[in-house]
Design a protein around this ligand. Sequence first.
Ligand code: ATR
Length: 276
Amino acid sequence: MTQFTVFGNPIAHSLSPQIHQQFAAQFNLQLDYTRSLTSKQGFAAAVAGFFRRGGAGANVTVPFKEKAAGLVTHLTARAAKAGAVNTLIPLGYGQLAGDTTDGEGLLRDLQRQLAEAALARTVIIIGAGGAARGVIEPLQQAGAEVVITNRSAARVAPLLERFSGLQALDYSALAQAPRAGLATDAILINATSASLTAEGLPVHPDWFAGSVLTYDMMYGREPSAFLQQAQRTGAGKTADGLGMLVEQAALAFALWHEGKVPDTDHVVSVLRASLS
Ligand code: ATR
């Protein structure tokens, strides 16, 4: 049976095995998809060992996406721009390709949430870590005006250099009502890791109220504190990152299985039900 795995730390709660088994069932494929817990020091050896033993593909999650980008022998253009890899594809003869499907996965989920012309609008991203960096260019290419804001201003400057057209917003401005028009029909995305600790963010209610969608890249049984802040304003839609997780997985699946693109809507519903 073909072997797949996901590398991360922590990894016990990863839904990737479940997702890929559901995709495989859609095509009557048999595969084994495991979770691989590894340390920072052990990551490179664990990846090399997996592919030496004949692994057919692997995903990489927090906190190894940047490290993985430095490990592969071939990097796709979008992974190079993001500086991150979430999908590893063996090329034979010890060669390994690294790609990232996170940005495209987010785009697909935003399109699911908002339908037509979803992305020809302002998208405000809170956060400047790997999660934010991976989605900036795909959003720009899809027609969005991307604005970034981060608690530590020092992390924003390198992003402005890296991504032309990217705009910055003072983090303290989030705590006040937005200047006229900025949040109107925008998409507001939480790409920080604050939701991991059940923390909300210092965002004035009018940012949520003016937005067409408030999105948190994290997902869980309950809406995150950030999504609850948005829901309290009673306006606009909210969505968590479960759809993005399934979409990025579907794109990785296609890379490993000759372009076979699985149906994702049903898988999102099954996972949603299993969370509650
Ligand atoms: P990831 O790869 O998941 O993006 P990261 O590179 O550690 O992880 O980045 C975490 C992001 O979440 C950063 O933008 C961080 O802000 P700082 O650069 O100011 O540290 C943001 N973050 C984490 N906890 C936060 C909190 N409680 N409030 C605001 N931002 C937070």
